[in-house]
Design a protein around this ligand. Structure first.
Ligand code: NAD
Length: 251
């Protein structure tokens, strides 16, 4: 397969990010994979799998909520692989699961720090690099169904995923003249360790009941959408947060 560029996927050690990284490698990208140090064993295993597919890869441990770490991560991708063409700001955390009146400011700051500030930092440093390269690019973020319709027990998480939508629209406006598209995916319930952390009555079972297909999604379903958004074929799509939720919610 011919060289298509370099993709960076955050939060790639497990779940949706892992699936996206493998799919982009199949699509012909060289792939830098990121996660936090506590998940570095899974990250190394993923990098080995990508290498076996015949793609160049490297794994980079960083906390996306920390500006210097995100800056260094993008510099690493460019130094090791020559460019950055696709940024997938996938890393996210669920945070406290309970009534708003019990959410502490520390919990709020932690969730917004990873999901909103982390996505902002990934967009910022990827955008700077892509503008410098001068040949366009693709920036893709992770929103959620609850970034389109708030969910009562997930106050901070819902707010953070709404933030990703606003950021995606604003970034699309700013980066459009540089031929950089900016979009996000808004999954419904997808079978990953994140969903497994919820009580089934709030997670799997509730999600199946909501979908007219009576199904929850797989990480590969999100990877298929990201594969398209990362491709040349998506060049006229920007500023969108695309629902992928088995029909659980209609925009
Ligand atoms: P997951 O918890 O299985 O995986 C998330 C990964 O992000 C983990 O490997 C984790 O270590 C990593 N991560 C957490 N904080 C990080 C940080 N500060 N820096 C770098 N990496 C960090 O979650 P998932 O289900 O695969 O979700 C991936 C993305 O999709 C998240 O943004 C999530 O909010 C979003 N999403 C998931 C679902 C779902 O049903 N699973 C639904 C809607 C949106």
């Amino acid at each position: 397969m011919s060289f298509k560029g370099v993709a960076l996927v955050t939060g790639a050690a497990q779940g949706i990010g892992r699936s996206i990284a493998l799919r982009l490698a199949d699509d012909g990208f060289d792939v830098v994979v990121n996660d936090v140090s506590s998940n570095s064993d899974n990250l190394k295993t993923l990098a080995d799998e990508i290498q076996k597919k015949g793609r160049a890869t490297s794994h980079y441990t960083a906390d996306v909520s920390q500006e210097e770490q995100v800056k260094a991560m993008v510099e690493h991708a460019v130094a090791q692989h020559g460019s950055l063409d696709v940024m997938v700001a996938n890393a996210g955390i669920l945070g406290p699961n309970g009534p708003l009146v019990e959410v502490s400011t520390e919990q709020w700051d932690r969730v917004l720090g990873v999901n909103a500030r982390g996505t902002f930092l990934c967009y910022k440093y990827a955008g700077m690099q892509m503008i410098k390269q001068g040949r366009g690019g693709r920036i893709i973020g992770a929103s959620s169904l609850v970034g389109k319709r708030g969910m009562g027990i997930l106050t901070a998480y819902s707010a953070s995923k709404f933030a990703v939508r606003g950021l995606t629209q604003a970034a699309a406006l700013e980066f459009g003249p540089h031929n950089i598209t900016v979009n996000a995916y808004a999954p419904g319930s997808i079978t990953t360790p994140m969903l497994a952390s919820l009580d089934p009555s709030e997670g799997l079972d509730a999600a199946k009941a909501l979908s007219p297909l009576k199904q929850v999604g797989a990480p590969e379903d999100i990877a298929s959408l990201v594969s398209f958004l990362a491709s040349q074929e998506s060049k006229f799509i920007t500023g969108q947060t695309i629902s992928i939720n088995g029909g659980a919610f209609f925009d």
